[in-house]
Design a protein around this ligand. Structure first.
Ligand code: GTP
Ligand code: MG
Length: 370
């Protein structure tokens, strides 16, 4: 039958029979050690005990960390916008960024296809803008979604000679789902077969309506090749940014998010992070997901060492205990002890959750064989 004795269950869970009886009693199930309980009850009690174990492991260091974060206060000031470039493959995302930075990123990439999210900040005469370059390839949809969450503004690149394509539509969905405002960059207008008005009318289908059609979406016609119209795009971004009234605290300990990470042979764990509040400095102790460490060095997007990075500025850091995951938060703390405690507690918790999940699965297996 579809049942298990309390004694057997206790053995499977590596617990005392009496403790399982007690736990069952608390759930309103009266059973002695030799009695059987049904499948659903067994699964329920396993989950209940598992959750308890995890909850018990939480969470002194974590609450100390919270108290710590609340200490960090200060006056909010205007911060630079974080812009994600999205669009269909080959529509010119990297070329556009490249032109803006006046360097040659696209030519240095394997096969000319962007392999990962790159992060850059540029200082225009009118203000600082940070850019995230997301991959255009369909296989990287997930990363693109992640990019949209850190983002204040999405610049949707649409090649005027190719028009609205599947990944153009996908990018529109991501931006809408994340409630991030769009600016459309109609690229490649230098080409003889460019048709910017077709792009605008095609976008109507997706309820992306240009200002000239009575909508509220800024659309800029440009060429990443000649540079025509690129300044208009930067103006449009800064205008949108003003409307959004983006603010952050600039003083105090930094918090932010991991954009990408890797294990470098010579340098150890390397993480590109986006600072969201405060100042990240060389020598800071931080918790980053289940990793911790002391910032040994910071580099900007050109590989130049910097001493500090403030809000909306992406920076590469060295000195973490391991490789964090993209999307992990980081928090600067006062000392190494707290950083280590929080990181280790999180690690333990993650392991326990995994154990509970696999214990649940084992239960299903055991019960299925009965
Ligand atoms: P993925 O990262 O692979 O999705 O591509 P991407 O959107 O970053 O496009 P990329 O910048 O690599 O450009 C694709 C091709 O279009 C390259 O050959 C560029 O030189 C070309 N290109 C980009 N912008 C323009 C433009 O404004 N005019 C012309 N004529 N060619 C352009
Ligand atoms: Mg690219």
């Amino acid at each position: 039958g579809d049942a298990i004795t309390v004694a057997d269950l206790a053995q499977k869970l590596a617990m005392k029979g009496g403790d399982v009886v007690k736990a069952l009693f608390k759930m309103g199930v009266m059973a002695t050690i030799t009695q059987s309980i049904d499948h659903d009850t067994a699964v329920l009690i396993t989950e209940e005990l598992g959750h308890k174990a995890v909850a018990a492991g939480a969470n002194d260091a974590e609450s100390e960390l919270l108290a710590h974060a609340e200490e960090v206060q200060g006056e909010k000031q205007q911060r630079p916008p974080v812009v994600t470039i999205m669009g269909h493959v080959d529509h010119g995302k990297t070329s556009l960024l490249d032109y803006i930075r006046r360097t040659k990123v696209a030519t240095g990439e394997a096969g000319g296809i962007t392999q990962h999210i790159g992060a850059y900040h540029v200082e225009t005469p009118k203000g600082v803008i940070s850019f995230l370059d997301t991959p255009g390839h369909a296989a990287f949809t997930q990363m693109r979604q992640r990019g949209a969450k850190l983002t204040d503004i999405v610049v949707l690149v649409v090649a005027a000679d190719d028009g609205v394509m599947p990944q153009t539509a996908e990018a529109i969905q991501h931006a809408k789902a994340a409630k991030v405002p769009l600016i459309v960059a109609i690229n490649k207008i230098d080409k003889s077969d460019a048709d910017p008005s077709r792009v605008k009318s095609d976008l109507l289908t997706y309820e992306v309506v240009a200002e000239e059609f009575g909508g509220d979406i800024q659309m800029v016609e440009l060429s990443a090749k000649t540079g025509q119209g690129v300044d208009d795009l930067l103006d449009a971004i800064l205008l949108q940014s003003e409307v959004l009234d983006l603010q952050a605290v600039f003083e105090g300990r930094a918090t932010g998010v991991v954009i990408e990470s890797a294990l470098d042979k010579g340098r150890g764990p390397v993480a590109t992070v986006l600072v969201q509040q405060g100042q990240l400095s060389k020598g800071d102790y931080l918790v980053c997901g289940i990793q911790y460490g002391r910032v040994r060095a910071l580099f900007d997007e050109n590989g130049t060492q910097v001493q500090v990075a403030g809000p909306s500025i992406p920076v590469q850091i060295l000195g973490l205990s391991g490789v964090p995951e993209a999307g992990d938060d980081f928090v600067v703390v006062a000392d190494e002890r707290l950083a280590k405690d929080v990181a280790q507690q999180r690690d333990t918790k993650r392991r326990e959750l995994r154990l509970v999940a696999s214990a649940g699965n084992r239960m299903e297996d055991i019960l299925a064989q009965m």
